[in-house]
Design a protein around this ligand. Structure first.
Ligand code: COA
Length: 177
């Protein structure tokens, strides 16, 4: 049996800059598989690169945590925490772009990324996590399995990569000290 044990790292902005090409490919893979993660299919290269450049700028500014999972030198997953900077919201963070490459799914990596995000959130003093996701897809099933709490649904919130409108569901999780 082949062991599937990716290394998950919280990356600095400098380290992330050298990972932009595989991160672009990871995002492309998710979108071409139908995930509604902010983009339409196909993503123009410049749009995908600009997205990661903005993420990296946030990491450099300290307003975002970026995790990258790799296996045998290849990027197989990623996840982010947007750290709320508002003076009345520094206890919360938003889970964003939890991505596992289609080649690497259903081996527990999504779960491992979520656990590490929680660790990083605690280290940042964040006690409330929230996210939104398209219903009835793998991500929602994973969040429910991990004990996230349903907070509500907004219809016609975003478009799928092929352009159809879908609702989004908000979930939250309280991190107890
Ligand atoms: C959501 C995602 C990150 C899950 O990654 P993963 O590594 O496959 O997740 P795990 O292996 O840890 O699965 C955890 C649990 O989630 C549920 N799950 C995940 N994928 C599922 C699927 N295709 N069908 C049904 N349940 C699923 C299962 O309960 C699973 O546990 P099990 O395998 O023991 O049954 C991955 O499917 C993905 O990248 N999707 C596209 C991007 C996306 O939509 N991200 C979320 C944005 S909000």
């Amino acid at each position: 049996m082949t062991l599937f044990v990716p290394a998950i790292q919280r990356v600095t902005a400098e380290a992330a800059r050298s990972l932009v090409p595989p991160l672009v490919e990871l995002l492309r893979d998710a979108v071409s598989d139908g995930a509604s993660v902010g983009f339409l299919h196909p993503i123009p290269d410049a749009v995908a690169r600009r997205y990661w450049d903005e993420v990296i700028a946030d990491v450099a500014a300290g307003s975002r945590v970026l995790l990258v999972a790799s296996l045998d030198g290849a990027v197989v997953g990623s996840a982010q925490l947007g750290l709320c900077a508002k003076p009345n919201g520094v206890h919360r963070a938003e889970v964003q772009k939890v991505l596992v490459h289609t080649r690497a799914r259903r081996h527990g990596l999504g779960t491992a990324l979520m656990a590490r995000l929680e660790e990083e959130a605690r280290a940042e003093g964040r006690t409330l996590l929230h996210l939104d996701t398209q219903p009835e897809r793998a991500a929602e099933w994973m969040y429910v399995r991990l004990g996230w709490i349903w907070a509500g649904e907004i219809p016609a919130y975003a478009r799928t990569p092929d352009g159809g409108l879908h609702s989004t569901i908000f979930y939250y999780k309280l991190l107890h000290p």
